[in-house]
Design a protein around this ligand. Structure first.
Ligand SMILES: [Zn+2]
Length: 257
């Protein structure tokens, strides 16, 4: 069912004026167990901002079949492929790029910044609560499915710098994989709110995504139950990372299919 009221919409709000080259966001250090848990509780198990008000887990439970719309060049395809490769060891969700005639369930739309709203409207309609996008929105994610996310569109402005597009793709992909919302508790983080100089895919983001995709946390799991599991997982991942010099290969999990 894809009534607009059921569609989860998330924003990446970046003021155009702030779209300068990201500065060095500093060392990729480990956030505290408490901070990671607080952010997971908001973004991974509902009750965060950005319409993430459902009190249960949403995640992919089937392979992702990717297509690109209006890619400008092989660079765009490479950008998307590189982002999926970063997520793969953390989610265990395989992805493929079917031939043009094949069915897909994850569509990456490259659009002119000025056409962003119009392109989103084509997917969700122009009425209702999503009439206005925050000014300066550069990219956008539409993950669909009540428990299992079975379809996602992401929209990325193509007339912005390569670096910002790379950030946009990863940022929206994390929303599309079930981490809904933003925070300002620790940086760098690809989900850091507004300040683009703090936005990069960090070790802490990897912990959040790996926690969501652990087999002990299932799609549709009630918030309370998911948080119990998450607490144990986050403590374990931090311990393993500290024991292994913060090398993120300790977070890797096998493909789930
Ligand atoms: Zn966002």
């Amino acid at each position: 069912m894809t009534h607009i009221s059921k569609v989860l919409i998330v924003f990446l709000v970046l003021l155009v004026a702030a779209c300068t080259t990201p500065q060095d966001a500093g060392r990729d250090s480990l956030a505290s167990e408490e901070d990671l848990f607080r952010i997971f509780a908001r973004l991974g198990a509902g009750f965060g901002k950005d319409d993430n008000a459902n009190a249960w887990v949403r995640k992919w439970v089937s392979p992702v079949r990717v297509s690109l719309v209006n890619a400008r060049s092989p660079d765009d395809e490479q950008l998307v492929r590189a982002a999926f490769e970063k997520l793969l060891p953390l989610t265990g969700i395989p992805h493929e790029y079917p031939a043009k005639t094949g069915r897909t369930n994850f569509v990456v739309h490259f659009v002119k910044h000025a056409d962003l709203k119009q392109e989103i409207d084509k997917r969700v309609g122009s009425s209702g609560k999503y009439k206005a996008l925050p000014k300066g929105t550069l990219c956008f994610a539409l993950p669909r499915g009540r428990n299992n996310i079975g379809y996602a569109d992401i929209f990325v402005a193509n007339d912005i710098s390569d670096k910002i597009r790379e950030i946009c793709v990863l940022h929206e992909m994390l929303h599309a994989f079930g981490l809904i919302g933003h925070h300002q508790l620790f940086g760098p983080s690809i989900l850091f709110h507004k300040d683009i100089s703090q936005q990069q895919f960090s070790l802490n983001d990897r912990i959040l995504l790996r926690t969501l995709y652990d087999p002990s946390i299932s799609a549709g799991m009630p918030r309370k139950e998911a948080l119990l599991a998450a607490k144990t997982l986050i403590a374990r991942f931090r311990r393993d990372l500290l024991a292994n010099g913060l090398k993120d290969d300790v977070l890797a999990q096998p493909l789930q299919w």
